[in-house]
Ligand binder design. Structure first.
Ligand code: ADP
Ligand code: MG
Ligand code: ZN
Length: 559
């Protein structure tokens, strides 16, 4: 077998070129030097130790905490004709004995092992008698108590540096903030090594988000206009929706195949194979689709429902444009999604701590969706990078959302809430603002409050959008236990007094103008509005805590 990394890349793995810094990392390891590799999920960390393992004499020991992933990788390598094996708690005594013999005989190029196996049964002593090419420590953040995934067994990896001073160590992870990074370097003795840091940016992906009106027809016109003959993935939240959407796309003459965990494994395998082989197949899928699928020329990834959080969004959109050519990440979001995600989060199987974490993550995602700022920048900032400039290539950069001076509108809404006694929900407040003729308005004599607000050209949807933004900004409170009544707080004082100029995003969804004689009032426009209002209350509280103005509203001091 050749010992040339590029040759091995093409002959063994079938890839034409290295990605990012893979080639430098591989050369570094082959030169027997230590390294820490920080690279996003899907970035291609595995090749950084698999190829050195094939170029060097002896056996590479890969330490990995996840049995399932270990198994996948070993099977994939064996299919490529590489002598690889795994040792973990899922193996029988006989299987373990076979692997040990192969290791001692120098027959393995790679051995994947769980850390607890490494430190039991005299394994380390046995390794001393073997020819070891390198140690790869995958998911290296597990070594740190700062990391979200601390594994006590990982701490014992400290002895590798002492016991095998001449064997290079390569630590790899997708998630390491500064303290975690420091921990990894100290504990694994990498201080003489090199850090390879791959950015999260995917410059060829154009991020585009749109407010959902009729999601499917929006999607069809997007695909029709821009991806008439391209391969793509459409993500939906439910199996039923996957089936429906696939049918609708297929009805336009495209090949669109459903994919979800409810389908027969054989069907799923065929679907995957077809997607990889053909040029212009569209897969409509739940999140069950994607792991380990590597098609370079996926030209678009579309979300018809909100992804679970920013990490999922990054990972799912990251399946587009792996060949480096322009690709679209398109997402339509609406209030329904928030409601659905929220109900999924109230999972009794999860700890309160976990639920809180999930809510925080949903919050970040919503802010991302609502933002008027550069999407790429927000995304990279979320992952801890600090890009200096807007990208010029996302929807917000190409078509900055219209802002309007909402000072007067906010004052009208706030004073309407105040003067009606701070005891009504958004539905009734909007009825007042629109001068609607409802029993409730008559009963409370609230028609007198609309004198200044009617005829300003705001529709019900406009007012909803304004109230939502005021809530998200922390200028309003909402009672979530009772009827969702709105009330003022300290923060809105400067707006009411006219000391602060307030700019808000224009309501992106122009609903038809409602007549002022709308139907009976409810506290909320509908159930989803209610969920969103409640949700935004929690957002508001957190933002207030951090003294942080959300990105989608800009304040100007009126001086
Ligand atoms: P990570 O461990 O960083 O999450 P993987 O090593 O699992 O990522 O790689 C993700 C996918 O990218 C795999 O399907 C892998 O085969 C593919 N890949 C990695 N490097 C290359 C490359 N140079 N060219 C093409 N595909 C690659
Ligand atoms: Mg990996
Ligand atoms: Zn941008």
């Amino acid at each position: 077998m050749s010992r040339n990394p590029s040759k091995i890349l093409s002959t063994v793995f079938g890839y034409p070129a290295f990605r990012g810094e893979q080639s430098q990392i591989i050369d570094h390891i082959i030169a027997k030097r230590d390294a820490l590799v920080l690279m996003p999920t899907g970035g291609g960390k595995s090749l950084c130790y698999q190829i050195p393992a094939l170029c060097m004499d002896g056996t590479a020991i890969v330490i990995s905490p996840l049995i399932a992933l270990m198994q996948n990788q070993v099977e994939a390598l064996q299919q490529l004709g590489v002598a690889a094996a795994a040792l973990n708690s899922s193996h029988s005594m006989e299987e373990q004995a076979t692997v040990r013999t192969a290791l001692l005989n120098g027959e393995l190029k790679l051995l994947y092992i769980a850390p607890e196996r490494l430190f039991s049964g005299g394994f380390i002593d046995m390794l001393k008698r073997c020819d070891i090419s390198l140690f790869a420590i995958d998911e290296a953040h597990c070594v740190s108590q700062w990391g979200h995934d601390f594994r006590p067994e990982y701490l014992r990896l400290e002895i590798l540096a002492e016991t095998f001073p001449n064997v290079p160590r390569l630590a790899l992870t997708a998630t390491a903030d500064a303290p975690t990074e420091k921990d990894i370097i100290e504990r694994l003795g990498l201080s003489y090594g090199k850090i390879f840091r791959a950015g999260f940016d995917r410059p060829n992906i154009r991020y585009r988000l749109t407010a959902k009106t009729n999601g499917v027809s929006q999607l069809l016109s997007f695909i029709g206009a821009e991806h008439g003959a391209d391969a793509g993935i459409v993500y939906c939240m439910s199996r039923r929706k996957v089936e429906q959407v696939a049918k609708k796309i297929a009805a336009t003459g495209r090949i669109a195949l459903p994919y979800h965990a409810g389908l027969d494994p054989e069907v799923r395998r065929e679907t995957q194979a077809r997607f990889l082989k053909d040029d212009a197949v569209i897969i409509v899928a739940t999140i069950a689709f994607g792991m380990g699928i590597d098609k370079p020329d996926v030209r678009f990834v579309a979300h018809l429902d909100l992804p679970k959080n920013m990490e999922s969004y990054y990972q799912e959109t990251g399946r587009a444009g792996r060949d480096g050519l322009p690709a679209n990440a398109w997402l339509a979001y609406g209030l329904q999604d928030v409601a659905k995600l929220k109900s999924l989060m109230q999972n009794p199987d999860k700890t309160l701590q976990q639920q809180k974490l999930d809510r925080g993550k949903l919050e970040s995602l919503l802010q991302f969706c609502e933002s008027a700022l550069c999407r790429r920048r927000l995304l990279l900032e979320y992952f801890g990078e600090t890009p200096q400039e807007a990208c010029g290539n996302c929807d917000n950069c190409l078509e900055p959302p219209a802002l309007f001076d909402a000072t007067e509108a906010a004052q009208m809404a706030l004073s309407c809430i105040y003067r009606s006694g701070e005891m009504f929900g958004a539905g009734h407040i909007i009825d007042i603002l629109l001068g609607a003729d409802t029993d409730k308005i008559k009963k409370f004599g609230h028609d007198r409050l609309s004198t200044y607000t009617v005829g300003k050209g705001f529709s019900r949807a406009d007012w909803q959008s304004i109230l939502r933004q005021l809530l998200a900004l922390g200028l309003l409170n909402i009672d979530t236990e009772g009827y969702g009544s709105l009330s003022l707080n300290e923060n809105c004082r400067s707006v009411l007094k006219g000391e602060t100029k307030l700019e808000l995003k224009k309501n992106p969804v122009r609903h038809r103008k409602e007549k002022s004689t709308s139907g009976p009032s409810r506290n909320f426009g509908n159930e989803q509005e209610e969920v969103l209002f409640n949700y935004l209350k929690s957002v508001r509280l957190n933002l207030a805590k951090e003294q942080n103005v959300p990105p989608y509203v800009i304040f100007h001091d009126k001086t």
